[in-house]
Design a protein around this ligand. Structure first.
Ligand code: ACM
Length: 551
């Protein structure tokens, strides 16, 4: 061989190895192991999905539907068939337990394996990410091949949506569930009741929605908006198909204003700034009323978890000091402070939840309420009170981390933004979401055992339109997903941004109104008509007050 030819071959091979091995897998969240395979799989309408095990059937049909929706390619489902094919099968390989999956690809076969249906689904979502980032040419997809071994870091990977302050409706919720599934997020915490509106139909107490559903944060007189029980059933089925659990929140004993508009007989009154804010913990009928509500909630949501709220009760419990029922309760039960009354109330309602064979979820104010640790999960949200996280972990509570900073997605993500929260100029750029949780937090005693995961919370005082929701979620949802799913040792922000750039293309294609962190001026903040006319409440002032009154 001539010397030049030899050099050429060496250079060619070096370049080839560099392209193949320097390649960034196009998947968010980053898989545990991903190795490029130097082959191409051509997917066309003639490519069958082969269901090798009966248990893989549901995921097979889901993949078939997703392929049609996102690529227009109608493939068929088969029990057996000839290659090239996509094969879904269960495996007893111990590496594939606990939602782990393996995705192998070569020119002949795409094979997804797991020990259960959920793992197969997760593998399918990885495949769909590769598929949706490949352009269709002559009705075929030429897929670059990968070998992927993957499993979740945290079991709880959540998003919360507040529909009390503004109501968005079924289509918005379904769209969020779609993207959650795409990014392997698996818990949807649904904040359905609060001061502004009650959004879930309860048959025994129809005024909760007919009266309590009136108004939103932009307009106190807007017509009643809420989910019927039929709507809830439809959304539960939609989430279940995507392996997402829904956790309904019925906030108590504070944030009860909307319910109290409907049934004032159960109100415990409020404070000057927060009138009619609480349920009355001194009245036996209140426990019966709320337990009846929870019985219907339990029947609607099959996930056996109910969130009782429990936050910020002190904002509006001043009236308890003069309410004769509360005062009698304090004497009879030997309760000395309003915090002890609050704890008593939470214990009673937690008992109701346990009697329904559900687990209790609640905000971090409940860590001192003497709830049983078994069956109770605490959501740590007060980022400025790490001692509350420590206390919860010391006492042995399973814990979800959702501190305001950096996991409240109603905080703005760019210093120039004005729609959403800022605290003393602190805001939540995508990089901060990516950096969470810090090693320091995870080094708290018991954190490795008891922290079950992380969650982003989308409060909606400032957000009234789909465009607002999209702008706050996209692209931060991708960083959330990687922080929740990927092995912390695998995380690398600069490599993440390379993958993210291509995911922004998917957002654009889906018609989402997203924030572009690479080009912040590309899409300005969306202004709703109310915001355009500058008649929205003064959120800066609201948040300053909130900060002052946090205990
Ligand atoms: C909360 O942000 N009040 C939980």
């Amino acid at each position: 061989m001539r010397f030049e030819a030899f050099i050429f071959i060496v250079l060619f091979l070096t370049a080839r190895i560099a392209t193949v091995y320097g390649k960034e897998v196009p998947i968010i969240p980053k898989p545990l192991v991903s190795t490029p395979v130097d082959e191409v799989f051509v997917l066309t309408r003639a490519t069958p999905i082969i269901i090798a095990d009966k248990e893989a059937e549901k995921t097979g049909y889901f993949l078939q539907k997703e392929l049609l929706k996102h690529t227009g390619i109608p493939v068929t489902i088969q029990d057996s068939g000839t290659e090239p094919a996509i094969v879904l099968s269960l495996s007893t390989d111990s590496d594939l337990a606990d939602k782990a999956y393996r995705l192998t690809m070569d020119a002949q076969q795409i094979h997804i394996m797991s020990s259960d249906d959920e793992g197969l689904f997760l593998g399918t979502m990885s495949l769909m990410q590769i598929i949706r980032q490949t352009d269709l040419k002559d009705s075929a997809l030429h897929l670059a091949c990968w070998h992927i071994e993957d499993k979740p870091h945290f079991e709880w990977r959540g998003v919360m949506l507040d529909e009390s302050r503004h109501f968005f409706g079924k289509e918005t919720v379904k769209r969020i569930l779609d993207w959650m599934a795409f990014y392997k997020l698996n818990r949807f915490h649904w904040h359905l009741t609060d001061q502004t509106g009650w959004r879930i139909e309860i048959k025994q107490y129809p005024k909760l929605t007919l009266v309590g559903g009136i108004g939103n944060h932009s307009n106190p007189l807007s017509t009643a908006a809420y989910y019927t029980q039929e709507d809830i059933t439809e959304i539960v089925a939609y989430a279940t198909e995507r392996h997402i659990e829904i956790i309904p929140e019925i906030d108590m004993p504070g944030h009860a204003t909307a319910a109290n508009m409907a049934y004032p007989e159960f109100s415990g009154g409020g404070s000057e700034r927060y009138p009619e804010f609480t349920f009355n913990p001194g009245k036996e009928a209140v426990y019966e009323y709320l337990t009846n509500i929870l019985r219907e909630v339990d029947a609607l949501f099959p996930f056996q978890k109910i969130h009782l709220g429990g936050d910020e009760v002190h904002f509006g419990n001043a009236n308890w000091k003069v309410d004769i029922s509360v005062q009698r309760l304090m004497r009879e039960q030997g309760l000395e402070t309003l915090k002890e009354v609050e704890n008593y109330f939470i214990r009673r309602m937690a008992d109701s939840v346990f009697s329904l064979n559900n687990e209790v979820m609640a905000w971090d104010e409940v860590v001192g309420a003497d709830l049983p640790t078994k069956g109770t999960t605490v959501l740590w949200w007060r980022h400025d009170k790490p001692e509350e996280l420590r206390k919860g972990l010391d006492r042995g509570f399973n814990t979800i981390l959702c501190p305001r900073i950096p996991l409240y997605f109603d905080f703005v993500q760019d210093s120039s933004h004005t729609i959403g929260r800022k605290w003393q100029k602190a805001f939540v750029p995508i990089e901060a979401v990516y950096g969470f949780p810090s090693k320091e937090l995870m080094d708290y005693p018991n954190a490795d055992k008891l922290v079950k995961g992380i969650q982003a919370n989308l409060w909606t005082e400032a957000l009234s339109a789909d465009e607002h929701i999209e702008y706050m979620l996209f692209p931060r949802i991708t960083a959330l997903a990687e922080s929740a799913w990927s092995d912390p040792k695998q995380k690398d922000y600069s490599k993440f941004t390379k993958r993210l750039a291509n995911h922004l293309v998917l957002f654009a294609r889906a018609g989402l109104y997203y924030f572009d962190p690479f080009d912040p001026k590309k899409f300005p903040e969306y202004l709703s008509p109310v915001q355009r006319n500058n008649i929205a409440p003064d959120f800066e002032e609201l948040m300053r007050q909130e900060q002052k009154s946090t205990d």
